[in-house]
Design a protein around this ligand. Sequence first.
Ligand SMILES: NC(=O)c1ccc[n+]([C@@H]2O[C@H](COP(=O)([O-])OP(=O)(O)OC[C@H]3O[C@@H](n4cnc5c(N)ncnc54)[C@H](OP(=O)(O)O)[C@@H]3O)[C@@H](O)[C@H]2O)c1
Length: 347
Amino acid sequence: MSNEVWRLARKPPAGWPVAEDFHWQLEDIPEPGPDQMLTRTLYLSLDPYQWGRRRSGAEQPGDICHGRTVSQVVQSRLGGYAEGDIVFNTNGWQAWGLTGANIDVFGYMFPRKIDPILAPISTAIGVMGMLGLTAYAGLVVQCEPKPGDTLVVSAASGGVGQVVCQLGRLYGCRVVGIAGSDEKLKYLKTLGVDAVVSHRSPRFAEELQQACPDGCDIYFENVGGAVFDGVLPLLNVHARISLCGLISQYGNDDDQDPRSLWRTRGNAAFERNRVAVHDLFVGNFVAEYQDRFLEEMGGYLRAGDVRYLEDKRPGLENTPAVFGQMLAGGTFGKTLVVVSEDPTLSS
Ligand SMILES: NC(=O)c1ccc[n+]([C@@H]2O[C@H](COP(=O)([O-])OP(=O)(O)OC[C@H]3O[C@@H](n4cnc5c(N)ncnc54)[C@H](OP(=O)(O)O)[C@@H]3O)[C@@H](O)[C@H]2O)c1
């Protein structure tokens, strides 16, 4: 048996991902050394930030493409982990990987064991993982929602957005969700979102204004660009913004920092209305908030107060194509690749 691996083929020259950016290879399955374990990838998370890493050079040609994963331990020489355990780790775009001593991970993506009883294991790279925490940190910690606030959420049906919308509802906000397709807008209504608007509508700005008769108290920014332009005139005095992401700008070919351009564009409205703008980086919230968040979100999921839609695509070999679709809005819900069979579904 061989390991199947996607490596970065080149520094992406421009724009959005194409097949030539990635290289598929069969390799030996690695042997775990002291204080390491070998795990088999079950689910691979596809996230917009992965494209930023590749374009910025943080990921180098020849590197295994980075990605968060849910995996099963096959062989362990690492204390606290035994064969069969299900773990959150960062195997990346490969079928087997090593975790433990001398295996580089971002500090805040430390591996942890997952209890399959608490929630479906795939959610550890979604609502019960970094994406759920992103939603919680941006909305609850940074923007402090109050009952009656109007909350506007962009990319509202995606991995982060659908959690923001439901947390907003639970905290008493009037929630306005922005998404691309009719199917996504219908889904948002089933989550209890009060009003929905398509950013693809030629009358987007006008429809958003109609959906926010009392203006906007909280904006959860995932997108930037024309969507941000539509929100700017609606911001109320003392509005709060969590600047989570700017996906519409991730294919830009200029060398400008999209976050500083975004701030410049919004500055007059921010100053006029004394808007509090919070830059969000989920890694800053793991140490202090992850445990509290997992407990709160676990309760919501068990009670049925939060639902979570996943778009599970089979086959590691399809990863680059699915990655491109995810960035362009062609997936629906949290995007993940099913790399090998989830043993908790058959037991
Ligand atoms: N700050 C942090 O620590 C942190 C952590 C995680 C994620 N993020 C950010 O959060 C955002 C959402 O991430 P996610 O993982 O939940 O992705 P996602 O929402 O599941 O997928 C991206 C979605 O963005 C929408 N989109 C793409 N291009 C667009 C455009 N030009 N205009 C409007 N919408 C567009 C598409 O939805 P439609 O079909 O509805 O257009 C697409 O489905 C991203 O910006 C990401 O970088 C930040």
